[in-house]
Design a protein around this ligand. Structure first.
Ligand code: DLZ
Length: 215
């Protein structure tokens, strides 16, 4: 079990069945990203979020996360006001990790065979409209230059800015680690590790429900 001293303590994520959650992940350091993404999805589903209401998009690197989150959320608002019945693939691109989307799903959502994420509108649980929470996932591993510091700093600021501008819970899934070993541990890929993606999934549900309550 995760050490509550350093972690978020007991999950307050309750019934996520009414929620629509987006996950946007960078593709750099893919092994770690895959594990973190899987951890987040597992916890969302464990809280009752329906697989068809988990929308996943990817971007090249962490630097691209703020603009992607901003456009994806804005697009979901527009979609709500237009009451569109289009596909849930708001950025029009496919995730590189489509297998994670279909895992354990009812097959009404996920890869349509050509790698695109076309959610079926016939699924009874499928929601439209603004996302209730967004999880941004990236892994920055320090190299030999100050590149890492620049990206970590502005990406973090950018994500916070989008969160406050839109007033939507934006879960900070940006790992900034000094080496690969630290990353493996935080992705739960070592014996003594813990998958932080799981905490991000729980945080998304908790914050989405609290935001509805606080509105
Ligand atoms: C260029 C770069 C480097 C060196 N390292 C990482 C990294 O560790 N993690 C990550 O997510 N992205 C990295 N990138 C890519 C940048 O985030 C960005 O995608 C490119 O500079 C293009 O804008």
């Amino acid at each position: 079990m995760f050490d509550g001293l350093k972690g978020p303590g007991e999950s307050q994520a309750k019934d996520g069945s009414s929620l629509r959650v987006a996950i946007i992940h960078a593709r750099w350091n893919t092994t770690l990203i895959e594990a973190l993404l899987a951890g987040a999805i597992t916890r969302l589903k464990a809280s009752g979020v329906h697989p068809e209401n988990i929308i996943i998009q990817s971007v090249p690197g962490s630097w691209e996360l703020p603009i992607a989150v901003q456009r994806l959320y804005a697009g979901s608002q527009t979609q709500a006001s237009a009451s569109s019945s289009g596909s849930g693939d708001l950025l029009g691109s496919a995730t590189d990790l489509p297998s994670l989307v279909v895992q354990g799903s009812d097959q009404k959502t996920g890869s349509s065979g050509d790698g695109s994420l076309k959610a079926s509108n016939t699924a009874s649980n499928k929601k439209e409209g603004p996302f209730d929470a967004i999880i941004a996932i990236g892994v920055l591993i320090k190299g030999e230059t100050v590149h890492f510091e620049h990206i970590a700093e502005v990406t973090s600021r950018g994500l916070m800015r989008v969160q406050l501008d839109f007033g939507v819970p934006l879960i900070f899934g940006l790992l900034t680690v000094l080496n690969e070993e630290q990353g493996l541990k935080r992705a739960g890929l070592t014996e003594d590790g813990h998958n932080h993606g799981e905490d991000w999934g729980d945080a998304a549900v908790e914050m989405a429900l609290k935001r509805k309550q606080w509105n």
